[in-house]
Ligand binder design. Structure first.
Ligand code: NAP
Ligand code: GCO
Length: 260
């Protein structure tokens, strides 16, 4: 059974993994035996990530590219393939959020979120898939969200992107299953990372709100995502396709605490 969950001999690319959820997933992949490749949007972030991986005893490979830039992506994926090896596992993790009421959000801001959170995963998946097909298979994991299923005020662009990412996951799963590529998603609940730091300020109403909406009654940690990610990256999930695995402490199952 351990072999089912082993990533020995695999090359894993995690986008936007200089810190946060991406780094936690990359560390879990390393512990399962994978060679770690990651990118971020600028050299300072990549260096910060390389230092952090080294401190954790991981000789990661870091590359600078913007997931929305098709030319940069294709060039760098070719470089990774020649310098490290064919990518067996791709995690489309890089993402941003803009919390702006829809009536106040510019089309430019809306487009930027869609570009990074939805177009980016398409562009990187399309660049990585040919190598997987040639090699006989691979794993793609898209990092979705509660907002793949639910809306809330101020996150219209993010919800549209993450809802689209859920359907992109399902569609690529259908197109590439015949090549033994399994495309799935992870839908984290509310996780303590820099992205949610503004919402976790002590006494912030949102903090109490999320605790009340989560049956597990706590914010998730990036460690909570490690096991699910290794499962979807390993042969243990070879017959799982187009599935979004929600790791949310029960949020999506919960109608809400009944008033006392
Ligand atoms: P994060 O702390 O903001 O990290 C995202 C990473 O992606 C950052 O390193 C960021 O770099 C990088 N990035 C942004 N735009 C990029 C681009 N165009 N090209 C390459 N890299 C880029 O986010 P996180 O909380 O770890 O979340 C990671 C993923 O999980 C995101 O897709 C997010 O939507 C999703 N998610 C998060 C939560 C949560 O509660 N935290 C829950 C569900 C889903 P910069 O530092 O320069 O922005
Ligand atoms: C927000 C949060 C969420 C989380 C995550 C939940 O403002 O509502 O940032 O969107 O990031 O996506 O799954």
């Amino acid at each position: 059974m351990q072999k089912q969950f082993s990533l020995e001999g695999k090359v894993a690319l995690v986008t936007g993994a200089s810190y946060g959820i991406g780094m936690a997933i990359a560390k879990a992949f390393h512990a399962a035996g994978a060679v770690i490749v990651f990118n971020d949007i600028n050299a300072d972030l990549v260096q910060k990530g390389l230092d952090a991986y080294r401190e954790a005893g991981i000789a990661a490979h870091g590359y600078v590219f913007d997931v929305t830039d098709e030319e940069q992506v294709e060039k760098t994926i070719a470089q990774i393939t020649s310098e490290v090896g064919v990518i067996d596992i791709l995690v489309n993790n890089a993402g941003i959020i803009k919390r702006i009421p829809a009536l106040e959000m510019s089309a430019k801001d809306f487009r930027q979120v869609i570009d990074i959170d939805l177009n980016g995963p398409f562009i990187v998946s399309k660049a990585v898939a040919p190598g997987m097909i040639k090699k006989g298979g691979g794993k793609i994991i898209n990092i979705c969200s509660m907002m793949s299923e639910l809306g809330r005020e101020t996150v219209s662009a993010y919800a549209a992107a993450k809802g689209g990412l859920k359907m992109l996951t399902r569609n690529l799963a259908c197109e590439w299953a015949e090549h033994n590529i399994q495309v799935n998603g992870i839908g984290p609940g509310y996780i303590a990372t820099p992205q949610t730091a503004p919402l976790r300020v002590a006494g912030h109403p949102f903090n109490d709100f999320i605790i009340s909406k989560t049956p597990a009654a706590r914010w998730g940690t990036t460690d909570d995502l490690q096991g699910p990610a290794v499962f979807l990256a390993s042969q243990a999930s070879d017959f799982v396709n187009g599935h979004i695995l929600y790791v949310d402490g029960g949020i999506l199952a919960y109608i809400g605490k009944q008033p006392k």
